[in-house]
Write a protein that binds this ligand. Structure first.
Ligand code: UD1
Length: 427
């Protein structure tokens, strides 16, 4: 029941080393199940979502162990079941990649419906449409998705909506299918390219990842490799915005600047000074924070996973900005928390009108989800007074060593263990 206490007003200054990408790791670790041998995965972020994925794989019999702080050895050979029964799998969205990976490995997967999801809110209909096109059938029973196939054959699949998860799951299921699979209107996110590079390094034949048509020629076997995961674009963007919100000067290192283009473009439009290096990006406050309109879009558009953070920055910019969330239906829930700190934001469906205020003021707030939690941290760093953030487990799902990284660049942030009684009283 820990909380973060953040005393705002310190200008963040210095370098932050960015960890491996959460969403790439959550696809690549289960993808090892398709290999005949063990794989060594480097630059793995040690975050709770990744630790949950490791526990699920261990429960299924795989041998998974940390070789050092960020390198995992994953040996799929001892795997003894196609059922991911651990309740952890039901809590995390990324566990749905076990469907594609297990289907590709042994033509059968039984996986809980991913966390908090149903067909209305966070659907998986396109994943299932893809599996069906490859020759699988599925049923939903007792909260579990049961997908199986006698054999998998290549097919042409058009995604009605650009979906990261469906693109990845179809790639995983198709990589050892018989013949060629074509995914049209595929997602183009950097972690899709990373997964394709990983699978290709194991002997797969995938072309076009990073464009909206991906072609997967099925192969019989994949072999073990050593592979390093790309840096986390969203973690980098979060520290860039945190630096801007505190009028600071922050350099994110170990990044691929190309993946940060849409974020850099918007920060530049707001008046920040951006300097791009080979593997680093510096964001420096240059005396102003201008209003700016944002529309979230699939890659290479502005990422929805940066929307709460940039909206927080806009809440202390000069003038009125419009934020259009075009990917998810209900991604402004955190705005109520920001308003408790003095933000002036009105939400109407997928649109938020953000009227910049002079400053935010500390208040007790909740990290209602992962990126909402990142937004609360940014607000607290910029606010006057000491903000208390609860439900920080949501933040630790996706940010490695967030307290240490922020302290290193000058933030006054503490993690405090709160007695359960106290927490209950606070609710
Ligand atoms: C992934 C990311 C998440 C990010 C999102 C969009 C992981 C673990 N999570 O989620 O952080 O916010 O990409 O960049 O990588 N859709 C359908 N049918 C489907 C699947 C999706 O209609 O079968 C719709 C969704 O409702 C949503 C849109 O497609 O409106 C995009 O969702 P998708 O790209 O699939 O998101 P996730 O893969 O779940």
């Amino acid at each position: 029941m820990d909380k973060f206490f953040i005393s705002g007003g310190q200008q963040l200054q210095g370098e932050v080393r960015i960890s491996g990408a959460k969403n790439a790791a959550l696809a690549i670790i289960p993808a090892v199940l398709l290999s005949d041998d063990a794989c060594r995965i480097e630059n793995v972020p040690n975050i709770t979502d990744v630790r949950a994925m490791i526990r699920i794989l261990r429960d299924m019999g795989a041998n998974v162990r940390w070789m050092n702080r960020s390198t995992l050895l994953v040996d799929p050979c001892p795997l003894g079941t196609y059922v991911a029964s651990d309740e952890l799998a039901g809590q995390m969205r990324g566990s749905y990649y076990l469907m594609g990976a297990m289907l590709g490995r042994c033509h059968h997967a039984v996986v809980p419906m991913p966390g908090g999801c149903n067909f209305g809110v966070r659907p998986i209909d396109l994943h299932l449409k893809g599996f069906s096109a490859l020759g699988a059938s599925y049923s939903l029973e007792g909260g579990m998705v049961n997908v199986s196939a006698t054999e998998l054959h290549g097919s042409s699949i058009y995604l009605d909506v650009v979906s990261v998860g469906a693109t990845i799951n179809i790639m995983l299921a198709a990589v050892k299918a018989d013949g060629m699979t074509v995914i049209e209107n595929a997602a183009k996110e950097p972690h899709i390219v990373d997964l394709a590079n990983f699978l290709n390094s194991m002997g797969a034949d995938i072309r076009g990842a990073g464009t909206d048509v991906i072609k997967v020629h099925g192969v019989e076997h994949l072999h073990g490799v050593t592979y390093s995961i790309i840096p986390d674009q969203i973690e980098a963007g979060t520290y860039m915005v945190a630096g801007a919100a505190t009028h600071g000067d922050v350099t994110v290192t170990n990044v691929i600047p190309k993946h940060l283009e849409s974020i850099m473009a918007k920060l530049e439009e707001m008046g920040l000074e951006i300097t791009e290096f080979d593997e680093a990006v510096r964001v420096r406050y240059a005396g102003k924070l201008n209003k700016c309109n944002i529309k979230t879009m699939p890659h290479p558009g502005f990422p929805t996973d940066m929307q709460p953070q940039i909206t927080t920055l806009l809440s202390i910019a000069n003038g009125t900005s419009i934020v259009n969330e075009s990917v998810w239906d209900n991604r402004f829930r955190y705005v109520d928390e920001l308003k408790r700190m003095g933000a002036q934001i009105s939400v109407n469906g997928k649109l938020a009108v953000v009227e910049g205020v002079d400053h935010l003021t500390a208040a007790p707030v909740k990290a209602t989800d992962l990126r909402a939690g990142a937004a609360m941290i940014i607000a607290a760093l910029a606010a006057q007074g000491t903000t208390e953030i609860s439900q920080i487990r949501n933040i630790e799902r996706g940010y490695e060593n967030v307290v240490e990284k922020l302290q290193k660049i000058g933030a006054d942030i503490r993690r405090v263990t709160v007695q359960k009684d106290e927490e209950a009283q606070a609710v």
